[in-house]
Design a protein around this ligand. Structure first.
Ligand code: UD1
Length: 416
């Protein structure tokens, strides 16, 4: 039902403040469950996934209040330990509530999670890791029942640095007895942010930002007030919009320190980028140069920016390759870009993209959150009008993509 209309072919110029990070805010909201009282999170983005997480927390007995991007969560009483089916299916990241509930109540019920359709996205690593902390997990008619009367620290190794599994271990281990040593941990900045929050709540954490985390649990996680960092993926989307259209922009609260790999690639493609503390300035003229990019766990190139880079490469001078190593089915947006005239050939986990001088406006469908935002960027660089349908995917993670791009001078709006 929800659609976005874009009038393309304008260069961009402007300034904007980047929203708070979705992927940081969601596990921080889960961490609030550990404290038997009030937690305050600031700079929380007003996005569908945050509202969904608030709904789930409220169904468990928490009282949530989001005003002016300040979210207060009172988890004084947890009356229900079930993650409701709809919430769990709508948003995959609700799985981090499993670790938090085990930490708080030693028991939880959860349905298999949903979220974007970008691959099979199993949760085997989450379950295996939590069982190492003492949880017994059984499937009962499609619902997982986890029970851990004795939650105790242990050695855990993740065979792949899964962000969600790392967060689940952190949340449970922070409230477990003894010390957990987690190797093979994800190093994403959002994981580090969660570590800092859990530290402030009283857990002892060593190895922040590395793949070996040592977590000493606390039996009484305390009250905290935390700031959600700027969203590095929204920053990357806005930088890409300037690269696709040409022009210049100043982005504040943009987490440049978490975008080194992305900024390096953008510079190779011809962007001029300056960093001043949390402010990024970008200038771009002419078409991007073709590059080859391979996604990977942090500090590698983020899979969440793969689709928008596909757009940049579709406009570039020359031929480049994109290799997706994190989510196997994340090339669905290529099909939509074909409708706009892009030359993309997909073979397995690799896309070969031959740049064209321009794209043309078309009717396209958002297939997932980041792919949807990429289509908006493609629309901005295309001649004529682009209409993007199924934009509910975009609203899961972008507070006001149209408003943000309008402040850079783009002609884009939500269809009434
Ligand atoms: C998080 C991010 C998402 C990002 C992704 C990778 C949030 C809310 N979402 O998702 O935006 O794209 O990290 O940076 O933070 N896997 C398994 N078994 C498991 C767990 C994961 O096989 O038990 C696989 C997944 O299918 C995927 C890969 O591991 O192929 C990475 O997944 P993971 O890092 O867990 O991503 P999410 O935490 O779901």
């Amino acid at each position: 039902m929800s659609a976005i209309l874009v009038q393309g072919y304008h260069s961009l110029k402007g300034e904007l403040k980047i929203q708070g990070s979705k992927n940081a805010a969601l596990p921080m909201m889960a961490a609030a469950l550990l404290h038997k009282g009030t937690t305050v999170l600031r700079h929380v983005p007003r996005i569908q996934d945050v509202y969904c997480m608030m709904g789930i927390l409220e169904s468990m007995g928490c009282v949530c209040d989001l005003r002016d991007h300040v979210l207060t969560i009172d988890a004084g009483e947890v009356t229900d330990i079930r993650i409701p089916k709809e919430g769990g299916k709508a948003m995959r990241s609700s799985i981090v509530l499993l670790g938090a509930l085990l930490g708080r109540c030693r028991e939880a019920f959860v349905h298999y999670p949903g979220g974007c359709s970008i691959g099979s996205r199993p949760i085997d690593m989450h379950l295996e890791a939590l069982s190492r902390l003492g949880a017994e997990i059984r499937e009962e008619e499609g619902v997982l029942h986890a029970l851990a009367p004795r939650l105790e620290g242990n050695h855990i190794h993740l065979p792949f640095p899964s962000v969600g599994a790392t967060e689940n271990v952190l949340l449970a281990a922070a409230a477990a007895r003894g010390t957990t040593v987690l190797t093979g941990a994800a190093r994403e900045p959002e994981v580090e942010e969660l570590c800092r929050m859990l530290e402030a709540m009283g857990a002892g954490i060593r190895g922040l930002g590395t793949s070996r985390l040592e977590i000493r649990g606390t039996d009484n996680p305390g009250s905290v007030v935390r700031d959600v960092p700027g969203d590095r993926i929204v920053t990357g989307t806005c930088l890409s919009a300037v690269m696709a259209c040409g022009g210049e922009a100043v982005l504040r609260r943009s987490s440049p320190g978490h975008l080194e790999c992305v900024i390096g690639t953008m510079k190779k493609m011809g962007a001029r980028i300056k960093v001043r503390e949390d402010v990024l300035e970008i200038r771009m003229s002419g078409r991007p140069k073709a590059v080859s990019v391979e996604t990977g766990p942090y500090p590698g190139f983020p899979t969440d920016l793969q689709s928008v880079f596909m757009v940049l490469m579709a406009l570039s001078e020359g031929t480049g390759y994109l290799k997706e190593t994190v989510f196997e089915a994340r090339f669905a947006t290529a099909k939509e870009l074909h409708k706009m005239g892009a030359a993309i050939i997909i073979e397995g986990d690799e896309a070969c993209i031959t740049g064209r001088p321009g794209l043309r406006g078309a009717q396209v469908q958002a297939r997932d959150l980041r792919g949807g935002a990429a289509l908006a960027v493609a629309g901005l660089a295309a001649e004529g009008e682009t209409r993007i349908t199924d934009c509910h995917h975009i609203f899961r993670g972008y507070e006001d993509l149209c408003g943000d791009l309008q402040s850079l001078g783009a002609v884009i709006r939500r269809e009434k």
